[in-house]
Design a protein around this ligand. Structure first.
Ligand SMILES: [Zn+2]
Length: 102
């Protein structure tokens, strides 16, 4: 306990939020890999900072002895991507069968 995790930082998916009325941005960890909670990480000023520079390995807000890797979540386009992949796979199967007949 209290040891550093030898397997390295765990991925933590974040979304970018800005503070209404300000130019301050935050990366919000929605589901912390360690405590399951929500954490905010300042991402800098909207005008001067590149928030993506604050991604990557960061100390966990709930346990400074550990780090997690702030990552952007996969695009929410996932659903259509899955269907397209399935269709592509079916088409691939058909052409495979054609190859067998050939
Ligand atoms: Zn946490």
């Amino acid at each position: 306990m209290g040891k550093r995790d030898p397997s390295g930082p765990r991925p933590a998916f974040v979304t970018l939020r800005d503070l209404p009325g300000t130019r301050v941005m935050f990366w919000v960890v929605g589901d912390c890999p360690y405590c399951g909670g929500q954490h905010l990480h300042p991402a800098g000023n909207l005008r001067t900072a590149d928030p993506s520079e604050r991604l990557g390995e960061q100390p966990a807000a709930c346990d400074p002895g550990r780090t997690y890797e702030l990552l952007l979540p996969p695009r929410p386009k996932k659903k259509t991507g899955k269907q397209e992949r399935r269709r592509a796979r079916r088409e691939g199967k058909l052409s495979d069968r054609d190859d067998e007949n050939w």
